[in-house]
Ligand binder design. Structure first.
Ligand code: 8YV
Length: 283
């Protein structure tokens, strides 16, 4: 049953609001929370809840939920697509044929995937789904994260160590203050002139100024990006660069997945208001 049939839906903050739905990554400010004195639950429409001040919510007894699992496969597909698009230069190849250039000569050669190494930053659910896909493409998988896991992939205990090993450095970790600008000039330099950075996580994890500089100087070969520091604003240097494939944050953007995310948002709210355990609680 649609939530609107059982609950009043408000578009603006008010004292009557008891539950709030926000997109993944949406910054829930302290002032927004203060304008909602009776808020009981925040249901994040996304797996990433980096925009929600969890400690403050815990202090106020506000429950937080998100939508894990249902979007894992779609996001991993987009990471794989970006690996293919950057290495095989697919966006450029498409532009080439549309520009009528094929009749004047063949498109330049690109780079194969097999035998290359993917370094995954954050081997969580999405990171593992990416590893699974890239293994099928013949890549070796290495990863960096808070701790070593019981998996058949190589663990690197330093991010620069992983970047050095990787042909593709793939960012799949959560956003937030703990990972802000984790991918900095030093990491990009370790990735090296044949390396490609892929980001399907949060724009905040990558220092965009350092990335633009590394692309300009050829310190890295390219980047495939679905997320940006200041969405929907994308720096003109990235838009104009032939070395970059950019997508407008479409990781979870399929009918099937958005439907499943919406259902989970509703189920969590319904569970809360029925005094039942939350389906996918964060806190
Ligand atoms: C967004 C996302 O939720 O899951 C996340 O954390 O960033 C996306 O799936 C989506 O853009 C809808 O807000």
């Amino acid at each position: 049953m649609p939530l609107a049939e059982t609950h009043a839906i408000e578009q603006e903050p008010s004292a009557t609001v008891r539950g709030m739905v926000v997109p993944g990554g949406f910054a829930v400010s302290e002032s927004l929370l203060s304008s909602l004195p009776n808020l009981e639950v925040i249901s994040v429409f996304g797996v990433g809840y980096d925009g929600v001040p969890i400690a403050l919510c815990q202090q106020r007894g506000i429950r937080v939920t998100n939508t894990p699992d249902v979007l894992t496969e779609d996001v991993a597909d987009i990471a794989t697509a970006l690996v293919l698009m950057t290495s095989r230069r697919l966006a450029e190849a498409e532009k080439f044929i549309r520009a009528g250039s094929w009749t004047s000569g063949a498109f330049p050669l690109a780079h194969a995937l097999r035998g290359k190494t993917a370094g995954i930053v954050g081997l969580g659910r999405i990171g593992k789904a990416i590893a699974y896909r890239l293994t099928a493409h013949g890549l070796t998988i290495a990863y960096f994260g808070r701790q070593q896991q019981v998996v058949a992939y190589d663990y690197c205990d330093s991010l620069c160590g992983l970047a050095k090993k990787a042909d593709f450095l793939i960012v799949a970790c959560p956003g937030g203050s703990g990972t802000k600008h984790l991918i900095n000039a030093k990491v990009l330099s370790a990735l090296g002139s044949d390396g490609i950075l892929i980001n399907i996580a949060r724009g905040s994890v990558v220092d965009e100024v350092a990335l633009i500089a590394a692309l300009k100087t050829g310190e890295i070969r390219g980047a495939g990006l679905d997320v940006f520091e200041n969405e929907p604003q994308v720096p003109v240097e990235l838009i104009d660069s032939e070395k970059v494939v950019i997508l407008p944050h479409v990781g979870s953007a399929t009918h099937e997945t958005r439907q499943a995310m919406a259902q989970l948002v509703r189920d969590n709210l319904a569970a809360h208001f029925a005094n039942q355990p939350l389906v996918t609680p964060v806190c």
